[in-house]
Design a protein around this ligand. Structure first.
Ligand code: ADP
Length: 463
């Protein structure tokens, strides 16, 4: 009997749609098809691959509103954020449609007259992707677009919470002419699909966005068949506000980076580290801005903060706030919830905490919620010490108008992405990814296609 994933709207628990869970047999067949179609797809010329990608991007844009509504229904994020995500997702397809035509090799001067040396770049093979629920469109296209551009074939397993947007996008890819076996999806729970992906010798690359523990297990399980891996894992972003910062800009950008998607992104600021001389002014301006944020169903036009994706995520956020308050943190605003396990909705009102310290769990673990803990510092070395004291190294932000302070912070922060007076540094044209336990490899920009390519070196002798 077919089993189903039932997709619900996290804002009210409403049932949206069910999708069949792929059987082991179906997943194995999908892998074989993806492997089989690689032979022909990798030979399709780059201009044709580019043309198909551009048509896919255009088709997505034509249906932007419908896709955004579907995304808000399954994920909960405000509709304006979903519209923004459809653009963001499309921008990766556009960018890699261009990169497809620029996969250059090189010739190397030989050490004898009788030889010629040519280095070419070839696609790695079948790519299997596992994606999270927080960006149901963009985390898929950020992987699919460079894979297809490079000449790889692609299978994705979207998150169980939000499979509908990915399925819709893949249907549109087929509509514009991508062969069915070149881009596919399967549905199921992460562990069992992940094991089928990692154990298959046909899958040559695993690309994953999600939590660090799952990323570690995928890396381990990929070692038996020596797969390529790209891992975009957890974060614990510091946001430093220096003594000379433009406080209004810092507050405005803190709101953008902390509260978008209800704080449920791996690059959301997780720790606000503010110079002691301005901490009162910054805090009171931040609280005022936070008080204007409206919590609710993402389909309502006025909503700024949607629901938390599920009860597990909600419980983690609530326990971090409780742990901080129990250890002496002061609630400046928030610490207020509207949740019903029975009806299946979980809202956390935006919360600002003061007097936090490094021993609180919120200062050590990723929150994935709309909670902003403020800690103050005196010397820049102290801010760096706090910022770097985490196994994560994805994104960091700082605000200063002093070039010496900015240069010092840039050079001492151990993070893959740094926003200087900028709370929104990501884009299709830039390398997104983390250091330390935040991952391996980069997505976006020229770096983002590199990891879908192998190097093949040819030596022609006896000339
Ligand atoms: P979160 O807890 O935020 O959902 P996860 O890392 O658990 O983050 O999930 C991200 C993606 O990883 C989802 O598609 C999920 O199904 C998948 N996943 C979860 N556990 C595993 C696993 N053990 N192996 C492979 N994929 C997994």
């Amino acid at each position: 009997m077919t089993a189903f994933i039932k997709v619900h709207n996290p804002a009210n628990g409403e049932f949206i749609q069910e999708v069949p869970i792929s059987t082991q047999d179906e997943i194995k067949k999908a892998i074989i098809k993806g492997h089989g179609s690689f032979k022909s797809w990798s030979k399709v010329n780059a201009h044709e691959r580019s043309r198909l990608l551009r048509e896919w991007a255009q088709k997505i844009q034509e249906q932007k509103e419908d896709i955004a509504v579907l995304m808000t229904k399954e994920n909960g994020k405000p509709l304006c954020e979903s519209l923004g995500e459809v653009d963001y997702a499309t921008s990766y397809i556009d960018w890699y449609a261009e990169e497809a035509k620029r996969i250059y090799g090189r010739t190397i001067p030989a050490s004898t007259e009788s030889k010629r040396i040519i280095v070419s770049r070839v696609p790695v093979g079948l790519v299997a992707a596992i994606t999270p629920w927080n960006f149901p469109a963009a985390m898929m296209t950020r992987k699919a677009a460079p894979a297809l551009a490079a000449g790889c074939t692609f299978i994705v397993k979207p998150a169980e919470e939000t499979p509908l947007t990915s399925i819709k996008l893949i249907e549109l890819a087929h509509e514009v002419g991508f062969p069915m076996d070149v881009i596919q999806y399967v549905n199921g729970d992460g562990k069992s699909v992940g094991e089928l992906f990692t154990s298959s010798p046909y899958v040559r690359k695993i690309t994953f966005t999600g939590s660090t523990p799952v990323g570690k297990s995928l890396i381990k399980n990929s070692s038996d068949t020596i797969k390529h891996v790209t891992m975009e894992l957890g974060g614990h972003a510091p946001l430093i506000v220096a003594e000379d910062a433009d406080i209004d800009l810092a507050v405005q950008q803190t709101i953008a980076t902390k509260f978008r998607n209800a704080g449920q992104t791996c690059v959301c600021a997780n720790r606000l580290i503010v110079h002691e001389s301005i901490v009162e002014t910054y805090s009171s301006k931040l609280i005022h801005a936070v008080s204007q944020l409206k919590v609710g169903n993402g389909l309502e036009k006025t909503t700024d903060i949607g629901p938390i994706i599920n009860e597990k995520g909600f419980n983690k956020i609530v326990s971090q706030i409780k742990n901080a308050v129990d250890q002496g943190a002061e609630v400046m605003i928030g610490n207020h919830f509207d949740a019903s396990s029975e009806d299946g909705y979980f809202f956390v009102y935006p919360t600002v905490l003061k007097n936090v310290n490094s021993s609180m769990t919120i200062m050590q673990e990723e929150t994935f919620g709309p909670v902003a803990p403020i800690i103050s510092f005196n010397k820049l070395e102290e801010a760096i010490e706090i910022a770097n004291s985490t196994p994560y190294g994805l994104a960091a932000y700082f605000f200063t108008n002093d070039y010496r302070t900015g240069t010092y912070l840039t050079e001492h922060l151990d993070f893959g992405i740094i926003g200087w007076n900028d709370g929104a540094p990501s884009g299709a044209h830039v390398p997104f990814g983390g250091m330390k336990e935040s991952g391996l490899g980069r997505e976006g920009g020229p770096e983002g296609i590199e990891s879908y390519l192998e190097t093949k070196y040819l030596s022609i002798g006896n000339l």
